[in-house]
Design a protein around this ligand. Structure first.
Ligand code: FES
Length: 266
C-alpha cells in the first residue's frame, strides 16, 4: 500500500511573474478613469467653494458646506457665530473635517480612490505599480478604521442640515409658509445625506452586528433588514449625495450672487 504524504508549504511571498501588466482584454481602465474624473472634479469644486467664503447664504438658504456656521465671520443670520478666535479660517474649513472624514474613510470611496488615484490596484487582475502591499494594516491607512466614529459625527451633521431644510420653509422675514426651489433642493439634499449615511456598512454593523439570534432581537432585525437593502445601493447613494451637495452649494451660490432668481412655489 502506498502512503501518501501531504507536504504543506508556506504561502509564496513573491508575486506571480507575469510579463504583461494584465491579461485582461476588456476596457478595465474605463471605470477607474471615470471615477478619477468625477471624484477629482468634486474635490476641486468643494475645495474652492470651502475657501471662497462668500455667497454661501441667502436667507433662508445656507449652503451645506457652511453649516453649522460657527465663527464670528459668518454672514448675519447664517449661524451661531460663537468662535471669534478662528475667524481667520473660513466657516466651511472649520467644520469640513466631519463630513470629509466620513467620506474619506467610507468603504466604497476607499475602493474608488485606491483604484482611481493610487492604482492599488487599478482593477482586478491588473498588476499594480507598487512593490509592496500592506493593505490597511499599518499607518497611515490603519486609521481608516475610525470610519465607525465618523458615522456618528455624520449623523450630527445630518440633523443640522435637516434643520436647515426645515428652516428654509420660512421667508426672508422669518415667517413660516415659504417654499422656493431652494427649499426643495435643501430638503432633497438632507434626504440624500440620510440615505447615504444609513446605507453605511458601519450602520449595518451597528444595527445587526454581534447578534447570535435575530429571533431574540426583532427590532434590530427589522432595522438591519432595512439598512441591508439600502447598503446594497451604497455606491449609488455615495455618488448621488456627493453630486447633490455640490449642486446645492452651487444653486445657493448663484442665487446669493444674483445670477439666478429663486422661483417661489408659495
Ligand atoms: S461605508 Fe460608506 S459611508 Fe460607511
Amino acid at each position: 500500500m502506498t502512503q501518501v504524504t501531504q507536504v504543506r508549504q508556506a504561502p509564496d511571498k513573491t508575486r506571480a511573474q507575469i510579463a504583461s501588466k494584465t491579461l485582461r482584454r476588456d476596457p478595465w481602465w474605463r471605470q477607474p478613469a471615470v471615477t478619477a474624473a468625477f471624484l477629482g472634479a468634486a474635490v476641486i469644486y468643494l475645495t474652492w467653494a470651502s475657501l471662497v467664503n462668500a455667497d454661501y447664504f441667502y436667507r433662508p438658504y445656507i449652503s451645506p458646506l457652511y453649516s453649522p456656521c460657527l465663527v464670528t465671520t459668518c454672514a448675519t443670520g447664517a449661524g451661531f457665530r460663537w468662535i471669534p478666535w478662528l475667524s481667520a479660517l473660513t466657516p466651511a474649513i472649520l467644520i469640513i473635517g466631519g463630513p470629509m472624514g466620513f467620506r474619506l474613510t467610507c468603504y466604497y470611496y476607499r475602493k474608488a480612490y485606491y483604484r482611481a488615484f493610487w492604482q492599488s490596484p487599478t482593477a482586478c487582475a491588473v498588476r499594480e505599480p507598487h512593490a509592496k502591499y500592506t493593505g490597511e494594516t499599518r499607518l497611515p491607512l490603519i486609521l481608516q478604521n475610525v470610519h465607525r466614529y465618523f458615522f456618528y459625527i455624520a449623523l450630527i451633521f445630518n440633523v443640522i442640515l435637516t434643520a436647515d431644510a426645515v428652516l428654509a420653509f420660512r421667508n426672508h422675514a422669518g415667517q413660516w409658509g415659504h417654499m422656493g426651489l431652494g427649499t426643495l433642493i435643501l430638503v432633497v439634499n438632507a434626504a440624500l445625506l440620510w440615505v447615504y449615511s444609513l446605507s453605511c456598512h458601519a450602520c449595518r454593523h451597528i444595527t445587526g452586528g454581534r447578534l447570535k439570534h435575530f429571533s431574540r432581537h426583532p427590532v434590530r432585525y427589522k432595522a438591519w433588514t432595512l439598512v441591508s437593502k439600502l447598503n446594497a445601493r451604497h455606491m449609488e447613494f455615495a455618488w448621488i449625495s456627493l453630486g447633490f451637495v455640490c449642486l446645492t452649494d452651487l444653486y445657493i451660490r448663484l442665487v446669493a450672487s444674483g445670477v439666478l432668481t429663486d422661483p417661489r412655489f408659495f
